[in-house]
Ligand binder design. Structure first.
Ligand SMILES: Cc1ncc(C[n+]2csc(CCOP(=O)(O)OP(=O)(O)O)c2C)c(N)n1
Ligand SMILES: *[C@@H]1O[C@H](CO)[C@@H](O)[C@H](O)[C@H]1NC(C)=O
Ligand SMILES: *[C@@H]1O[C@H](CO)[C@@H](O)[C@H](O)[C@H]1NC(C)=O
Ligand SMILES: *[C@@H]1O[C@H](CO)[C@@H](O)[C@H](O)[C@H]1NC(C)=O
Ligand SMILES: CC(=O)N[C@H]1CO[C@H](CO)[C@@H](O)[C@@H]1O
Length: 686
């Protein structure tokens, strides 16, 4: 016997959905029944069913999956309440432009047994809300009710066609119980269902006028600048981006990035800002042409640097805004950037057009002398080198601290985020193949450090053009960290759930690439071949607040159940530093500006949670959990401070060595033992 639910599951599998992240309820009997039919008849279900004890974790995992595979997964939840429990993850997939298909059942519409699936539980009266879609509509690219099996396959494909077209994002389908329980003719299950003839919208280019306007502005600019937040989501755009930057010596700055936008070692890459005052590139103020391409917000108009200058382009700067999906961001109440030209254009297409136009005009008119470019190139390369030197300095431990032993006070009171991230990078580089590691960043106030110190090179394939002026292109070799990504939104709790989803996604990518490549596996740290398949290693870097938002009791249970090993690094400052920083931003000298976190009600002390212990317990002991501070290392539940595991009491490590040793062990547990590791790293308390 087949039902509308059978057809729904069949359709999802036929159109290429591989995973469904589920949280079941009374609206799903026919779905559960059909999945069991599949198990009995075929030994397995065609979709991988991932049980998610919490809905926000389900959607965060589906987001991580899509961020790695580029493909939507399905999320199946229980009526209106399960829909609402998707919570802030809805905002993340919307603003982060991540495709996902969300389905929820709904209360039956018959009350006296008129149809199969009619109301038979009291709760079905309570749950019948007037407009179930209302709770999520403003975050969705498309919503629809499945009202009949007859057009179900079209409704699902329309939803997916929209979800995968730019601006990509979530879609929401829902259905009454009787519709999903309805028996259908077997012939419906046999008709072919594919996305062939339901393609995503083709990428569009710039109009000829826009091309010549922007190209001539770039060619005549003295101080051009490129800003981007998420161009790295379109890896094929990176080659023309770097080629254009190289041709004209244009610096690139990543602004509130949601992904790795530029290889760290690219000589014209000048780093990352999250727009806290005083952190934007000083080149912004003096730029005469600014290309803002795939940006969230390129600058904050009221921000000033330490000398009191506005951190925004001058009045007469020529600003161009390019975005492949929605350049004016219709989903945002107020969004504006002073610009001469705004274009909806795919970045790969647009940058290739601009590259061709600038090359052509330059060759024809010599608009730009090579001398100008050469001088600019030297200046930018110097700024790039200075940035790297500043990061090197921040990663270093000031002096060699005294050996740590149980009786001596350590010289250091705590590690800094920079030191911790640098240690993570070294540990990854020692074992993970080049490009094989993914970092999920949800570290909030330590965010810029996470970007800078991971030194990610991205996983882009280039024309070699851009490397020519780059003396140090060997710097590329050995970089194990492929990408750093975020949720793209601001609802905390994405990081650890995305850890589960990104590993599941990596397996899907690996299975797909395994069938079409015979290249040998890359060797760690040798720089031979950038890893192209899924990621070999995933680390979520989270604040202690973000960790708790991620519902660790749900997440690490899932991690064990579905065997998705990843490392969690908690930057534990014992509370929420961000709201305190926001308070200081508005009341720099107010009552609250000097109050300790606990007093201000943003701190978690004095009875701080045993974060690593939560993960260990949630996974029934499978997770490896440790706390590390400049004073030592301890296991969850063991309140005696001890040295690194397995290290004899007599051996003394200084804090720098201690951090590296425990980090190496954490990476080994994940990479070799294939278990999750949670390392709670103690920073200075807020
Ligand atoms: C779901 C959600 N609730 C509240 C906030 C507001 N908020 C922004 S940052 C932050 C603190 C996060 O703490 P933690 O992850 O420890 O990072 P820290 O600020 O200490 O660096 C809070 C509560 C949010 N962004 N998302
Ligand atoms: C699908 O068909 C049903 C029954 O004819 C109809 O009520 C519904 O509006 C259709 N759905 C869509 C999205 O057009
Ligand atoms: C700039 O250099 C390129 C290649 O080195 C050369 O082909 C071109 O003619 C030069 N242009 C000018 C204006 O000097
Ligand atoms: C978290 O960090 C604070 C200091 O920032 C520290 O007091 C606390 O012990 C840490 N938590 C754990 C579980 O180690
Ligand atoms: C997931 C995510 O975006 N995490 C953080 C990365 O950094 C930004 C900027 O500080 C934070 O707002 C995000 O919460």
């Amino acid at each position: 016997m087949f039902t509308t639910s059978s057809l729904f599951l069949h359709t999802l599998a036929q159109v290429g959905i591989t995973h469904a992240f589920v949280n079941w309820g009374s609206d799903h009997p026919a779905l559960l029944e059909d999945l069991e039919r599949q198990r009995v008849q075929y030994g397995r279900t065609r979709l991988e069913i991932i049980i998610c004890p919490n809905e926000m974790v389900a959607l965060s995992a589906a987001q991580g999956y899509a961020q790695v595979t580029g493909k939507p997964a399905a999320v199946i939840v229980h009526v209106g309440i399960g829909t609402q429990a998707l919570a802030g993850a809805l905002h993340n997939v919307d603003v982060g432009r991540t495709p996902v298909l969300i389905y929820a059942g709904a209360s039956p519409f018959t009350c006296e047994g008129e149809l199969k699936g009619s109301r038979n539980e009291w709760i079905m009266w309570m749950q019948d809300i007037p407009d179930q879609t209302q709770a999520v509509r403003q975050h969705m690219r498309y919503t629809a009710q499945i009202e009949s099996p007859v057009n179900l396959t079209q409704v699902v494909r329309r939803a997916l066609q929209i979800a995968t077209s730019e601006p990509q994002g979530p879609v929401y389908l829902w259905a009454r119980r009787e519709v999903m329980e309805q028996e259908i003719d077997e012939s419906l299950m046999k008709a072919p269902i594919t996305m062939y003839k339901w393609p995503a919208i083709c990428p569009a280019g710039l109009s000829p006028v826009a091309v010549s306007t922007i190209a001539s502005a770039l060619l005549t600019a003295h101080r051009p600048l490129i800003l981007t937040s998420h161009i790295g989501r379109m890896p094929s755009a990176i080659s023309p981006l770097l080629a254009l930057s190289t041709l004209l010596a244009v610096p690139i700055v990543s602004v509130t990035p949601s992904t790795t936008n530029c290889p760290h070692s690219f000589p014209y890459f000048l780093g990352t800002t999250i727009l806290t005052p005083g952190t934007h590139t000083p080149l912004l103020r003096t730029a005469d042409v600014v290309l803002a391409i795939e940006v969230g917000m390129p600058w904050i108009p009221m921000n000033r640097d330490s000398a009191g200058n506005f951190e925004r382009p001058s009045e007469d700067a020529r600003v161009f805004v390019l975005d492949g999906g929605d350049p004016l961001k219709g989903g945002i109440g107020m969004w504006h950037v002073d610009a001469e030209l705004v274009a909806r254009a795919d970045s790969e297409v647009a940058l290739t057009q601009l590259l061709q136009a600038t090359k052509f005009t330059n060759e024809k008119n010599g608009a730009l002398t090579n001398e100008t470019v050469r001088e600019r190139s030297q200046e930018i390369t110097r700024l790039h080198d200075e940035w790297i030197a500043r990061m090197d300095a921040a990663e270093a431990f000031e002096s060699v601290p005294r050996p740590l032993s149980p009786d001596t006070e350590p010289l250091l009171s705590s590690f800094t985020a920079s030191q911790i991230i640098a240690s993570l990078r070294r540990a990854i580089e020692a074992s993970v193949p080049r490009g094989g590691a993914l970092i999920l960043n949800e570290s909030v106030t330590n965010f810029a450090q996470t970007w800078g110190h991971t030194r990610a090179e991205g996983r882009f394939s280039f024309d070699d053009d851009w490397k020519k002026p780059c003396a140090s292109s060997e710097a590329l070799s050995g970089a194990s960290i492929g990408s750093v990504i975020t949720s793209g939104g601001s609802s905390l709790g994405w990081g650890i759930g995305a850890g589960v989803g990104s590993i599941l996604g990596s397996r899907v990518v690996d299975a797909a690439t395994a069938t079409c490549t015979d290249t040998p596996p890359p060797t760690p740290g040798t720089g031979v071949g950038t890893r192209q398949g899924g990621y070999d290693f995933v680390a979520a870097v989270v604040g202690d607040g973000s960790y708790m938002f991620g519902v660790p009791s749900s997440t690490y249970w899932m991690a064990r159940k579905y065997d998705t090993p990843f490392l969690t690094l908690i930057l534990n400052n014992s509370g929420w530093s961000a709201p305190k920083a926001s308070l200081r931003g508005v009341y720099p000298n107010g009552y609250g500006s000097h109050a300790p976190g606990e007093v201000l009600s943003v701190g978690f002390g004095p009875h701080v949670p045993d974060h690593a212990g939560v993960a260990v317990a949630a996974s029934a002991g499978w997770v490896w959990g440790r706390h590390v501070s400049a004073r030592g290392v301890r296991n969850p539940g063991v309140y005696k401070e001890v040295q690194v595991d397995g290290v004899e009491e007599t051996r003394c490590l200084n804090p720098a060595e201690l951090l590296d040793e425990v980090m190496r062990e954490a990476v080994r547990v994940v990479f070799v033992e294939r278990r999750c590791a949670v390392l709670d790293c103690v920073l200075e308390s807020i």
